[in-house]
Design a protein around this ligand. Sequence first.
Ligand code: SF4
Length: 367
Amino acid sequence: MTTIPSASSDAFSRPAARFTAGGLDIRASALGQCRRALWYTATEQPVTNPPEPESLTLLEAGNALEPVVVRAMRRAGWRVSPSDRDEPVSVTVEAAPGLTVTGHPDATGCPPPAGGAAAAVEQFLFGDNAQPDETEDLVIEVKTRGPEAFKRWRTLGAERSHPESVAQAACYSLGLYGECRDVVIATLDTGSRLWDHEVIPAERAERAWRNASGRLEALAEHHALHGPDPQALPERDFTAADWQCQRCPYLNLCQPGGAGEAEDGAEPAKPVSDEQARAALHEYEQAQGRIKSLEADKRGALKTLQHWLQRKGESKARLEGSAKTRTVGMVQSRRYSVDHQRLNALLAPEQRAEIVTEQVSEYLRVS
Ligand code: SF4
């Protein structure tokens, strides 16, 4: 594997894929993208579904918050060297014959010194010269996520929730150090502004890199076979119902009329006019109002019963209700929590998948 370090000011605006003299170059942050979408980008096809302004704002807000994460890490005792935003160091890694991956690491550094909080504070106050540090630097990939994605990452671990980010960090490690070291994923919850981190052991990071680059190898082979032919399209990686297609800038080019179509075999939705939808919304609002006032009545009645029980000095008592005699009693509820950070560090993603499972349910929210 060869690495080609270089400095570049256009690193942030590079296309996700482009043809080079040696073959195909993929942007490291696009490692998990659909291969057909990468092909459209490399062959410079017109964008048919540009991102909404809101999505761009979200993306820019996420980028702007990255230095905030770095400062928070420093305050927590990490030694962190962020990339120079005006002139980020770009690394290129040869992933396979005719395939390179290029990107710019967010930061490098290492976790707080073993001396604990005092050493961390000293390092924060006096900087990197406070004490000699022999610890080897690691790649730190900084991410910002909404509350749901943050929770998912913390619970499942980055290799399951965002494998492409682990592959990206592994790529930077190969590019910067010539070897795949442990990598750090540091993530900020944009809702609560909490941040956390996960260290992925070197061998698991390398596996994520091999999986991601192996997938793209097929695209490099496609290129070797067809050349940069915009008509020779690789297979689709997703279907119109997947979020990847819903957010794809080439959706209408790739699947004309595919957006919003019912999935094969799915029952077509009953036609509902705007009028009917508005009436349903008003009905929903009225029901919500009634539920809120009933909930307040229920809470008030329960409070009274609790005071009654306390005055009696009992934890449980029988009381005549309108239809039957009921038991009024205090119950204890217990909650158990799992330290997902420690669990993720101890177990490989396959083992975790047997222990931490994910169920997805769908519901309609009116906000
Ligand atoms: S619409 Fe879906 S399948 Fe087509 S290029 Fe985009 S992500 Fe890939």
